[in-house]
Design a protein around this ligand. Structure first.
Ligand SMILES: [Zn+2]
Length: 325
């Protein structure tokens, strides 16, 4: 990761917008094309690249889909799953383009083009799931896609329930929602004026509503911005899909808040950096748990009922009340 805070731009590990931009960038070049060959230069990625990836040779790449940060290359006989890990990037090149350091995997197509994966840190993955494999079962454990209608504030609020989890950790949990990585979690919480350590059981339904809209907006804006870099996918140098963008808080600890000029602070949460403005993102005072609030309401109702019962309207009722007590 490279920090370039002076010009307020940042290059970082691929998150959902980068992966989606990648999908958009490579699809027009290779979708609908037949695979002529597969070359594994170095199988030692996060998991070894299995020999079965060669079963796509002679098959047509039907489409490229994305689920969370996984690129799913669909073939009639199965799915080739591609993950960019921490430093992976793919390019579309002519097949005679000389390989460079960290080029680990390539797929050659009938139209003379080649998909090549470069990954210096080798945390990426290339895996093969044959047709009969329940890939869906593997991926349905994931939470909803943030840019679909399945991701609602109601979903977040229900998932939060009475959990005492910091909101930032919660948002980055793939079982809650996929694809909200460290950068966009930091940014969304700043825009929503929520301190990253706020426990989810103290976030109101209204606030979740606001936050949900902000997450969608932030991610969609990043994808749109990345759209300007689509041509980079066919260039041999650089890191396609790693577009620079203006960030409010991520990578800016010690610098001034755009809103109020207070110095931004940094804390560690789940071993990840959280940067926030102590003025704009105030930690709420400890709130009674939702359960307790509900309990109090019930107790109050019962009390009111008792009080009413103690104020009988007529003598007969008064006698009845005394008899009953
Ligand atoms: Zn501020």
């Amino acid at each position: 990761m490279q920090k370039t805070s002076q010009n307020r731009t940042h290059f970082k590990m691929p998150e959902l917008p980068e992966v989606e931009v990648c999908r958009l960038g490579i699809t027009p070049h290779i979708a609908g094309q037949k695979v002529a060959d597969v070359v594994v230069r170095n199988a030692k990625l996060r998991w070894p690249i299995p020999d079965e990836v060669h079963s796509v040779v002679g098959k047509t790449l039907e489409k490229i889909e994305r689920r969370s940060k996984y690129l799913l290359l669909r073939f009639a006989n199965g799915t080739l799953l591609l993950h960019l890990g921490m430093s992976g990037s793919v390019r579309i090149l002519a097949q005679d383009t000389p390989d460079i350091k960290h080029d680990h995997f390539e797929m050659l197509f009938d139209n003379g083009k080649m998909l090549r994966l470069n990954d210096p840190r080798r945390f990426g993955a290339v895996l093969w799931f044959p047709e009969h494999h329940d890939l869906q079962g593997l991926l349905t454990k994931l939470g909803p896609e943030p840019l679909t209608d399945d991701f609602t504030y109601g979903h977040l609020f229900a998932k939060a329930g009475n959990r005492k989890v910091p909101i930032k950790t919660f948002l980055m949990d793939n079982h809650v929602v996929v694809g909200v990585g460290n950068i966009y979690a930091n940014e969304a919480l700043f825009i929503a004026s929520i301190h990253p350590a706020t426990l989810v059981n103290s976030v109101s339904e209204e606030k979740f509503n606001e936050l949900t809209d902000i997450i969608k907006t932030v991610l969609a804006a990043a994808i749109e911005q990345g759209g300007t870099t689509l041509k980079d996918f066919t260039q041999a140098d650089g890191k396609p899909g790693y577009f620079a963008q203006k960030l409010f808080v991520y990578g800016r600890a010690g610098e001034k808040c755009d809103g109020c000029q207070t110095v931004l602070e940094e804390i560690r949460q789940s071993n990840r950096s959280s940067v926030f403005c102590p003025q704009c993102q105030v930690m709420p005072k400890p709130q009674p748990q939702r359960e307790t609030v509900a309990k109090k309401a019930v107790v109050k109702k019962l009390k009111d009922k008792k009080l009413k019962a103690k104020k009988p309207k007529d003598k007969k009722a008064a006698i009845q009340t005394i008899k009953n007590s």
